[in-house]
Design a protein around this ligand. Sequence first.
Ligand code: RM4
Length: 253
Amino acid sequence: MDFKNKNAIVTGGSRGIGSAIAIALAEKGSNVIFTYAHNDDEAGKTLDKIRSNGVDGHSYRINQENMEEINKFIEFVKLKFNTVDILINNAGICPFRNYFDIDKPLFEKVWKINVESHFFITQEISKIMIENNIKGKILFISSISAIVGGEFQAHYTTTKSGINGMMHSLAIILGKYGIMVNSLEPGTILTDINRDDLSDDKKRKYMESRIPLGRLGKPEDMAGPALFLVSDENTYVNGSELLADGGMLVNLQ
Ligand code: RM4
């Protein structure tokens, strides 16, 4: 797969799955802009890795709950890239919480970051693709949690199902312009999003026992399927959900 001279955007690209995909794209020649929310040092390290491949790389700190900041980010993209070929909507949070302790502010925060921000970022980026006649690729990082529930994830699973619903409609709307839209559904991948949760030995052993491959996923395990879906080799997969969970979902007994 060749990404030379492609312009890619990755939200939440400073760590975890987003970082693995952003670096993999750069290693195959793509220019990359990634957003991040908190850690400047961590973002700087990821940016160095991206730029070490001789590509144009930029990081952008943003609170994706905030529409004004999203609009400023789009202006930044237009400044740095004359067009966009690939958008990876990855940023997401999952504060594990008892359902009855999830209040409106928390629910709104998770909804805005995981779903609403990507609805509007995708609206603006797809306009750029259409205006430049780019038959681009858009990938939502959804989750196995779009398909199954989680006792402490009622807010989060709602967002991941919402992402798939958005993806289905955008595959129709943007497919008319030759832009292909899909979602990747990672299983349990060990990243900062779940480090605390999986620090509970009993929980970690249970999750590992659910996976036929015998191990939790690594962010790098997501790069291959993600890159295929946004590559030129993908000529007909549109509106699809690709589960990447090591066999966890189907492992009932
Ligand atoms: C994933 C899945 C994993 C969990 C993360 C936070 O969708 O539910 O098990 O660790 O979310």
